[in-house]
Ligand binder design. Structure first.
Ligand code: TMP
Length: 209
């Protein structure tokens, strides 16, 4: 039996919430303070899961069913957890992961209407009960986030192309998760300037370090 000494932190948010920039800023600061950090992302983070990512997010794959999508995210997560996150936890690192199980619960479980419990179940099969200790939700209204996505240079993917109504439902899904996991999921106002969002996020992270 391995002891997991590290700290597993995930970042969530609507499309265009700025998570990736926040993670970058937080990582730079924590590295300066000599913390051992591993940053990674979902879907992806390792070879097999990046390939699954390409299949899921390909704009050509319009025929993909909601259940296939949910299973692919769970498969990519299972491999990612075993191959990268768990060993880093065993090595005592702080893991900052861009999206994790809450994305599946909000997007597939709630917005795609598969059911949050059902999606939880397939993820339990993939990763057991290994939830993060802290989840930072970068809070921006879905419309604001989508406007950012379509006005910047990031490649638009299959899920970005869903309707505003879908993204509003994802947001509602996250609101329910916040009520379900009030200790774990912390909301940060993502409409502030980036520097302030990074500062607010660091404050919450420092409370558990
Ligand atoms: P990203 O744009 O943050 O890299 O995430 C890729 C897309 O995949 C984004 O639209 C959210 C979506 N997603 C899910 O629907 N379920 C999941 O479990 C994960 C990890 C991401």
């Amino acid at each position: 039996m391995f002891i997991l000494n590290g700290i597993f932190i995930t970042f969530e948010g609507p499309e265009g919430s700025g998570k990736t920039s926040v993670i970058k800023g937080v990582t730079e600061q924590l590295l300066k303070e000599n913390y051992e950090i591993l940053t990674t992302r979902e879907p992806g983070g390792i070879r097999i899961s990046e390939k699954i990512r390409d299949i899921i997010l390909d704009v050509e794959h319009k025929e993909m069913t909601a259940r296939t999508e949910a299973l692919l995210y769970a498969a990519s997560r299972s491999q990612h957890y075993e191959e990268k996150i768990k060993p880093a936890l065993e090595a005592g690192k702080i893991i900052l992961c861009d999206r994790f199980i809450d994305s599946s619960l909000a997007y597939q479980g709630y917005a795609r209407e598969i059911g949050v419990e059902e999606v939880f179940e397939i993820n339990r099969f993939g990763i057991g009960n290994n939830l993060p200790v802290l989840t930072i939700f970068i809070d921006v209204p879905p419309q604001v986030g989508l406007n950012r996505v379509f006005s910047n240079t990031r490649k638009v993917d299959r899920l970005d192309l869903e309707s505003l109504a879908f993204h509003e439902k994802v947001y509602e899904g996250y609101m329910q998760l916040k009520d379900r996991f009030p200790k774990r999921i912390k909301f940060i106002d993502g409409q502030n300037p980036l520097e302030k969002v990074i500062e607010d996020t660091l404050k919450v992270i420092k409370e558990i370090l």
